[in-house]
Design a protein around this ligand. Structure first.
Ligand SMILES: [Zn+2]
Length: 230
């Protein structure tokens, strides 16, 4: 019975995914003008080889194009390293990303690690209710781990780097999507557009300095990692 309710709920969410988002305003000239000038984020990539360089590059490029038209933020891939990336849990993954970039982190706005889940992790999540697709740290909001290669997961995590008043909302790309149907792969109904209110907050924090820790309410800090002070 419970499964039926969840299924209906998920279908309902998927059906109204774009309500309250900026999708309908993308061609509006006032809207477009508000997004200028563009901010280019300097991104360093850590890859454990789960996906090809072309696939990761394409996902970053798609996320960049989408964010450019929604909030005027673009992603520029300025560094790459191939390295094992232990990331069974979000905290472990974020810690690995921070340790690999280490004292070079101030050279980049964002450091993004890409690592698919292993067989054991897959099995565990197949039978459970929850899964995680990506995470961002709560110290700097600049270290990201991606477990599911998709532009929407990237956009979701990057939006967390500009929205500090809440963790997740009920509309747009910052909707939390940890639900899945047991015994089925992760169900994916995340919209790729930001909500109108999240866009306002993203625009007001658009020029933040990524080497300064943003002020985040204590209760919203879930993924705190140790980042050495350099
Ligand atoms: Zn999130």
């Amino acid at each position: 019975m419970r499964k039926t309710i969840l299924l209906i709920l998920l279908i309902f969410l998927a059906g109204c995914a774009h309500v309250g988002t900026v999708k309908s305003r993308l061609n509006d000239q006032t809207f477009q003008a508000e997004n200028l000038p563009y901010r280019d984020l300097s991104v360093f990539v850590i890859s454990d080889g789960s996906w090809s360089k072309e696939s990761i590059g394409a996902a970053i490029s798609d996320a960049s194009n989408s964010m450019a038209e929604q909030v005027g933020i673009r992603l520029r891939m300025n560094g790459w390293i191939d390295r094992a990336l232990p990331s069974f849990s979000p905290t472990q993954g974020l810690q690995s990303v921070a340790e690999i970039i280490a004292e070079d982190h101030p050279k980049y706005d964002m450091v993004i690690g890409f690592s698919s889940r292993g067989v054991f992790s897959h099995l565990l999540e197949m039978v459970s209710w929850f899964t995680w697709l990506g995470a961002i740290d709560d110290n700097y909001r600049k270290f990201i781990i991606i477990k599911f290669l998709d532009e929407r997961v990237l956009i979701h995590e990057i939006c967390h780097a500009f929205v500090f008043s809440k963790n997740h909302g009920i509309r747009g790309v910052l909707t939390a999507v940890p639900f899945k149907i047991p015994l089925l792969p992760a169900l994916f109904n995340l919209p790729k557009y930001v909500s109108k209110e999240d866009r306002q907050e993203i625009l007001s924090n658009k020029w933040r300095d990524f080497n300064e820790k943003p002020v985040i309410p204590e209760e919203l800090q879930i993924d705190r990692i140790e980042v050495p002070n350099y």
